[in-house]
Each structure stands twice: as structure tokens, then as C-alpha cells.
Design a protein around this ligand. Structure first.
Ligand code: PBG
Length: 337
């Protein structure tokens, strides 16, 4: 069909014609090296699926060691450990968080023994796995105590560092904890241990499946974390949070959740130009898996797309439960997406 009239000189469709050309002009890449694999560990031999996170299991210590070796062979640089703590070890003062024989410390030692420095070990610093009330901090008369919690967090971080983790990641959102943790690590000669601060962490509905996995949902009951985690209405406040954590000594900062805070990831990366990570949290994972299980979306493609846009927003690395599946897929096809 002949068409009369003038036509565009610039045609953006020209560079979309072939896969090879699209690959050349792609502005963002997703590679296994951009992924961090969050892993749940429990004190049982058999692994146990997390009902609300199809494809994710709570692993034994041996299982975590195997997963860590798999991360190495898949090119995933780091794992993030989350312990499922027996209810008999939960208390109001989270004392078990400071026991060097607790599950996460034993796991860190086992992974370190097997993998050395071949895979990064990131440990969460927060009290919620250990508190009978499910909060990240100490609770008194219905309030979460800030400074008293920070003292415990600094000791917890040091304990995790002594067990052998490379990175401590405070996820509690208490004010001043990064400075206190840096101080405690340095005073003990642990200058080399990095701090990945959950700097802009929102009080989000998307953490539900994670709390199921840990068994902290039941403990928290109808409670919420709005007096310490950020209000999702706020953006400037995220910039202030990140600025404070950097000033206190954070090496890397994190935005969480990722998919509902792409604007925040973008602002943080733009404004500070520091290593900026994002956490594609349990609820984000669960939504994609649930829709895929129903045949409503192509789960693999949706997972890739969700991660690529988090990278496009500005994240240097992404914590995602899809990490092993994506890395396996990328290894099968090509090395990046
Ligand atoms: C606990 C912690 C949470 C997550 C990571 N660390 C849950 C919470 O703050 O309630 C959420 C991760 C996820 O949903 O995947 N401090």
C-alpha cells in the first residue's frame, strides 16, 4: 500500500527489529552478579516449604551450605540469611539473638567453613525473629524503645561478625543504629565488616509471606511496625533516612520493598551515587508466583521484567527470592538479560 505524505526521519522502531540489535541498544542489563539470594534457615534436617512463597523452602544448615555452593557456581555474589527461630527461643528481651550458639551463628560458621570468601554472607540485624511479640525492637508499655534496642542491635551485629559474616544488614529502622553498629565493630577490630543499611524501609503490606516463613506473623498479631518503619506516603523522608545512614557509616544502602518504591530507588541513586540495593520482598515474589500458578501471567518473564525495571530504576543489586531460578535461566540462555 502506497501512503502519501511526510514520514519521520527518526524511527525508533528501527533499532527494535532484531534481537541482536535490541541487545546492542539495551540500556540496562540483569546478570547473576546483580543478585542477592535471601535464604531461610531452620533447625531441622528436612527442608520445609513456605506455603505463601511457592518455590521457597526453609533449609537446614547443611541445605544452606549446599545453597551457598550453588550460589558460587551460579555466579550469585551473596546470600542473605534469615533464621526461623523456635518459639522456645523467643522472649520479650530477644536474649537468644545474643547467643553465639544460635542458629544463624552456627549457619554462618558452617557456610564460611565450606565457602570461605567465595560467597558473601549477609546477616540481618533486627530482633523480630527472637521477640515473643514479633517486633524488631524492645517493647515497653506498648512502645518500641529506640536507644535500648540500639544497644542490643550493636551487640547482635558484633556477634554475627564474629561468627564470620561479611556484611551486617540492620533492618530494624531504629534511629542511630548504623553509627552504633559501626562503633561496636570498629572497637572490636572488625573494621572490614560492611554495613548494608536497610535505609529506606517502608511499613509495607508486602512483608506478609516473610513473616509467615519466620513465624513472626502470629507473634505480631494485629500489630504493625508503623512507629519505626517508614510511611509509604513519604519520599523526601527516604532521602533523609539514607543521608543519616551514610553519615553514620553505611557502606551500602537499601530501599525496600523494591517494586512499589522504584521512584525512591531512582532518587536515592541520583542523589547520593552510592551503592544502592533494593529488596524485592516476599509479597512481590508471592504475587508473581500466584498469578503464574493460575496461568494468568508467564512467571519467568514477569520475574525477569520485575527485576530488570528495579535495575533500570537505579539499583546496583537486588535481593530476590527468584535469584537461583533467574541465575539458572541466564546461564541456560545467555549471561545477561
Ligand atoms: C525483619 C525483616 C523483614 C523483612 C526483612 N527483614 C520483615 C519485617 O520488617 O517485618 C522482609 C523481607 C520480605 O518480606 O521478603 N526485620
Amino acid at each position: 500500500m502506497m501512503i502519501e505524505g511526510s514520514f519521520p526521519t527518526t524511527r525508533l522502531r528501527r533499532t527494535r527489529q532484531h534481537a541482536w540489535l535490541r541487545a546492542l541498544v539495551a540500556e540496562t542489563l540483569l546478570a547473576p552478579a546483580d543478585l542477592i539470594w535471601p535464604i531461610f534457615v531452620h533447625d531441622h534436617e528436612a527442608s520445609m516449604p513456605v506455603g505463601s512463597m511457592p518455590g521457597v523452602e526453609r533449609l537446614s544448615i547443611d541445605g544452606v551450605v549446599k545453597a551457598a555452593s550453588e550460589a558460587v557456581s551460579l555466579g550469585i555474589p551473596a546470600i542473605a540469611l534469615f533464621p526461623v527461630v523456635e518459639s522456645s527461643h523467643k522472649s520479650d528481651d530477644a536474649a537468644h539473638a545474643l547467643d553465639p550458639e544460635n542458629l544463624v551463628c552456627r549457619t554462618v560458621r558452617a557456610v564460611r567453613r565450606e565457602c570461605g570468601d567465595a560467597v558473601g554472607i549477609i546477616c540481618d540485624v533486627a530482633l523480630d525473629p527472637y521477640t515473643s511479640h514479633g517486633h524488631d525492637g524492645l517493647l515497653e508499655a506498648g512502645r518500641i524503645l529506640n536507644d535500648e534496642t540500639v544497644v542490643v542491635l550493636a551487640r547482635q551485629a558484633l556477634l554475627l561478625a564474629e561468627a564470620g559474616c561479611h556484611v551486617v544488614a540492620p533492618s530494624d529502622m531504629m534511629d542511630g543504629r548504623v553509627g552504633a553498629i559501626r562503633g561496636a565493630l570498629d572497637a572490636a577490630g572488625r573494621q572490614d565488616v560492611c554495613i548494608l543499611a536497610y535505609a529506606a524501609k517502608y511499613a509495607s503490606a508486602f512483608y506478609g509471606p516473610f513473616r509467615d516463613a519466620l513465624g513472626s506473623a502470629a507473634a505480631l498479631g494485629s500489630g504493625d511496625k508503623k512507629t519505626y518503619q517508614m510511611d509509604v506516603a513519604n519520599s523526601d523522608e527516604a532521602i533523609r533516612e539514607v543521608g543519616l545512614d551514610l553519615a553514620e557509616g553505611a557502606d551500602m544502602v537499601m530501599v525496600k520493598p523494591a517494586g512499589t518504591a522504584l521512584d525512591i530507588i531512582h532518587r536515592v541513586k541520583r542523589e547520593y551515587r552510592v551503592p544502592t540495593f533494593a529488596y524485592q520482598v516476599s509479597g512481590e515474589y508471592a504475587m508473581i508466583q500466584a498469578a503464574a500458578a493460575n496461568g494468568w501471567i508467564d512467571g519467568g518473564r514477569a520475574a525477569l521484567e520485575s527485576l530488570l525495571v528495579i535495575r533500570r530504576a537505579g539499583a546496583d543489586a537486588v535481593l530476590t527470592y527468584f535469584a537461583p531460578a533467574i541465575a539458572r535461566f541466564l546461564a541456560l540462555t545467555k549471561s545477561s538479560y
